[in-house]
Design a protein around this ligand. Sequence first.
Ligand SMILES: [Zn+2]
Ligand SMILES: [Zn+2]
Length: 260
Amino acid sequence: MKFCSLYSGSSGNSMYIEGAHGKVLVDAGLSGIRITTALQLIGADPTKLKGILVTHDHSDHIKGIGILSRKFNIPLYLNEATWMAVKDQIGKVRDENICLVEKDRPFSIDDLWIRPFSLHHDAADPMGYSISTQTRKISIVTDTGILDEAMYGAIRSSDLVVMESNHDVNMLMAGPYPYFLKKRVAGNQGHLSNDSAADVIIRLAEEGLTKVVLAHLSQENNFPLLALETTKNKLKEKGLDQVVSVEVAARYEPGTPYEL
Ligand SMILES: [Zn+2]
Ligand SMILES: [Zn+2]
């Protein structure tokens, strides 16, 4: 299995995942041109994509899904509430390329077995995804205010986890956002903080997780190094810093390509 983050953050999100046959994107929240450019940079062919898995209807996740679907004839996988929320924003998509899926109802695309699960976020019906082959598993968790036990159950025993590490709570509270927005970001329907992300990562690492990509960092309320150090320090306290690799997904360019 291969994984590469193409873009990450409130300026736009997209991730590339490849099995032996199936090749998919999770979200396409930038222009079609920028996503295509990033795919070419990592040596992936956009015409070979078998699907775009859509997490939710916010523009930083859907901006390019319509154009990419039209241009390369790619099916969009999303739930009904998300489809209703995005269909008037993304232009005409061919009927056969609208694939409605439901959380906790796994489906497959070629050799990829995909399980959508519920997130806690102020969108129509947001979903995270865990994507498996026969021997490997990757889970994607961004845009959620909390990580509950059902979500934990969906992502456990992954080989690689992409975990939102959106903000530092102190930076958020002392920062320039108006009060209502601070409350939204920090709330149960908002985004995971560095500390919350680190706590989940510790638990997963204690069960054997060895690869972590921190994602969806806030530009105003976080620094890549701060997110990284928060998780690495907690891993170190548990003596796990040497066995778990952690990196931050870059905002404007593809990150490290992983081969699992
Ligand atoms: Zn987002
Ligand atoms: Zn969102």
